[in-house]
Design a protein around this ligand. Structure first.
Ligand code: UDP
Length: 239
């Protein structure tokens, strides 16, 4: 039976921590392979997938700031770390027969091409996974904001924020057993209830430009397929 998806082009935002598995830092090859396998299923089914990966498994700017570093330099280190993560993912995609391309916000040839909107769209249309690296290229932003920005630039229909929980709850479900899960939320409701969906810059970008966000548990079996079919038992849709 053929699966019908509600979305044909999406941007998946992965936190860097997704790549470290049970390790404290860096890469766990089983974890990276699992990420790639999950995405492979939907790419084979014809969904166009763009990716933004963070760098929490290596470095975040706030770590440097806490240690007395200049915030701008510390943030550039974070952006560089996202390029490493993107290269790692590209390698694992290639190993499973999926063509992937890294486009960086910061010039970094020969490691990665520079971000180019038209080329990114062409690559997505040809079935390639396009991994946007280097964040926005500017300090004081996050990779959530990068995800919103690149999704808008490349006409993605939604940002799929991969997390460890199957949606947005009224309070932290790990701390409060009475926390209520939402299937859908408007941006205004999320704001009024002060629910942490993304950082405020990313959130505003999505809200102001009507870009749907889906928060879902990336590690639950078949959750990505379910979300792409519009099954809201697997994630919360904010629009
Ligand atoms: N970063 C930045 N500008 C951007 C994107 C990222 O300065 O446009 C830096 C920032 O220091 C951030 C780090 O890169 O802490 C890694 O990104 P993020 O914290 O979003 O990674 P994640 O938490 O998703 O793993």
């Amino acid at each position: 039976m053929e699966t019908t998806y509600k979305y044909s082009r999406v941007l998946i935002k992965l936190s860097g921590e997704t790549l470290k598995g049970a390790q404290e830092h860096g890469y766990d090859s089983e974890a990276v392979r699992a990420v790639v396998e999950r995405i492979k299923q939907v790419v084979y089914a014809g969904v166009e997938v763009a990716l933004v990966v963070g760098a929490g498994n290596i470095w975040r700017g706030v770590m440097g700031k806490a240690g007395g570093m200049d915030r701008v330099n510390a943030d550039y280190m974070g952006m560089l770390a996202t390029v490493m993560n993107a290269m790692c993912l590209k390698d694992f995609f290639t190993a499973v027969g999926i063509s992937a391309e890294v486009q960086s916000a910061i010039a970094m040839e020969p490691l990665a091409k520079r971000f180019n909107r038209a080329e990114a769209v062409k690559a997505l249309e040809s079935g390639k996974v396009v991994i946007f690296a280097g964040g926005t290229g500017s300090p004081f932003f996050t990779t959530d904001t990068t995800a919103a920005l690149r999704a808008l630039e490349t006409d993605c229909e939604a940002v799929l924020k991969a997390t460890k929980v199957n949606g947005v709850y009224s309070s932290d479900p790990f701390k409060n057993p009475d926390a209520v899960r939402f299937d859908t939320l408007s941006f205004d409701e999320a704001l009024a209830r002060q629910l942490a969906v993304m950082d405020s810059t990313a959130f505003s970008l999505c809200r102001d430009n009507d870009l749907a966000v889906i928060v879902f548990d990336f590690f639950e079996p078949d959750s990505l397929e379910k979300v792409l079919r519009g099954d809201l038992s697997a994630g919360t849709l904010i629009n």
